[in-house]
Design a protein around this ligand. Structure first.
Ligand code: FAD
Length: 415
């Protein structure tokens, strides 16, 4: 059995950020990664994906983008190269191709079984990501067998789809990006829209992310929001990263021929059912968007910068079409349903009772009830940007403090 002080499970950005922080503090550790570095960016994302955050907004502990186009958007292969170079920059103690198969407690330590040997450690940091599996509504089982179903982790490009129409379910970042891409191929696209968050790509001369960063919105902490569980469930921003730098919202999609309907509520064979709430969810997203743009206006006026960054016209209101409560998908030529309905976590290898009824890890800012067991990279774990490339580093630094203090307490107790 190998021994080390801390085992990090997962070699994505969270695992690497954690490793860099532990390295800086002299804490012995390893990263166990079942695939390659940044495996999910390598094998679970569609071909055309670009980050929706600008390149400058990829700051990790001791690492940032230094190339010629900080305001552009990384392709997925750039993200992989960026994280690969990061790992090499501090010689991260990576063991790739090593899948963790079981983690259980052993006194006040842990035994970690893998498909190539066992490890013992004082601490374990679970950095396996928030997107282990695509979340699909249970009613998808009622869909007629002659309609293909797929999830974004399986989608690569529109060529893999049959020739007919596509129903995209979900209008957060993934849903709107894939609806736009598929519509460009000339297929009929219907987009089922539930609650969503709308923001323009640019406002008052800057990328929207620049303002959110400058105002500290993305660094807001869990205790600064009224309902942390609601904030954790928020959908991703309706944004796209592209060379043109334009916005992608429900109006742009309609202008490109995408038909929008309400939230999908059920299906029976070829008949799909939708909620009557489209006007409501669009209205809600627009009020929230104007609230955020008002905050930016106020920020600039407080800094007496209103002249330096002249007001832009506000984004157009989204036209709300008449929405059907039900559609016969066959009549509309739909032969594929693409579920862009979010992600779930899965920890089948975790044999320590720290999961709640929904299978989520119980934690306070990444610290679980089992001393020495931590989780990193969950949505709004400590900060609004906890699951972003740019945010995970601050959480990793906080957990490193915790691990260092725990190590000191254990040493004192043993002395
Ligand atoms: C479609 C999409 C677009 C996104 N766009 C952006 C963006 O524009 N900007 C941004 O900042 N963020 C974005 N994110 C959010 C975030 O950056 C990614 O989800 C990122 O992959 C999270 O990194 P992570 O290290 O937490 O988890 P992951 O990248 O999921 O890494 C977890 C690692 O754990 C490994 N693993 C899992 N189980 C085991 C096991 N049992 N044993 C060993 N290893 C295991 C996996 O192979 C994987 O490599 C996006 C997310 C998605 C899904």
């Amino acid at each position: 059995m190998h021994t080390t002080e801390t085992i990090i499970i997962g070699g994505g950005q969270a695992g690497l950020a954690m490793s860099r922080c532990l390295t800086d503090r002299g804490v012995e550790h390893v990263i166990l990664e079942r695939g390659r570095v940044a495996e999910r960016w390598q094998s679970e994302r569609w071909d055309s994906l670009r980050l929706l955050t600008p390149r400058w907004q990829s700051r990790l502990p001791g690492w940032r983008y230094r190339g010629p186009d900080p305001d552009g958007f990384m392709t997925k292969s750039e993200v992989v190269a960026y994280l690969d170079e990061y790992a090499r920059s501090f010689r991260a103690p990576l063991h790739t191709g090593v899948a963790v198969t079981r983690v259980h407690g052993r006194g006040d330590s842990f035994e970690v079984q893998t498909d190539s040997g066992a490890w013992e450690s004082s601490n374990v940091v679970i950095a396996t990501g928030y997107s282990a599996r695509a979340a699909v509504p249970a009613f998808s089982a009622e869909l007629a067998g002659d309609i293909d179903q797929l999830v974004p982790t399986q989608y690569r490009n529109a060529r893999q789809l049959r020739a007919g129409g596509v129903l995209v379910v979900g209008a957060s970042a993934t849903g709107i990006q894939l609806a736009a891409e598929i519509a460009r191929t000339g297929r009929e696209v219907i987009l089922a829209v539930g609650s969503h968050i709308r923001l323009p790509r640019r406002y008052r001369g800057h990328d929207i992310m620049r303002w959110l960063d400058e105002m500290g919105v993305l660094r807001e902490t869990a205790d600064q929001v009224p309902d942390i569980e609601a904030s954790r469930r928020q959908p991703s921003l309706q944004l796209i990263g592209s060379d043109e730098g334009g916005s992608l919202d429900l109006q742009v999609l309609q202008d490109r021929g995408v038909r929008i309907v309400g939230r999908m509520t059920g299906v029976s064979g070829h008949r799909a059912y939708f909620a009557d709430n489209l006007a409501e969810s669009i209205g809600h997203a627009e009020r929230k968007m104007h609230g955020m743009l008002d905050r930016i206006d106020l920020h600039l006026s407080r800094l007496r910068l209103t002249r330096a960054f002249p007001r832009d016209p506000r984004p157009r209101a989204v036209a709300v079409p008449a929405t059907p409560r039900a559609l016969n998908l066959r009549d509309h030529g739909v032969d594929t349903v693409l579920w862009a309905t979010g992600y779930r976590r899965e920890y089948p290898w975790l044999r320590i009772p720290v999961l709640d009824a929904k299978g989520e890890i119980i934690h306070q800012g990444g610290v679980t009830p089992r001393p020495g067991l931590y989780v990193l990279g969950l949505q709004f774990m400590r900060r609004r940007n906890s699951a972003f490339l740019d945010g995970v580093g601050a959480d990793a630094a906080d957990l490193t403090d915790h691990i260092v203090q725990r190590g000191a307490r254990r040493l004192l107790a043993a002395a």
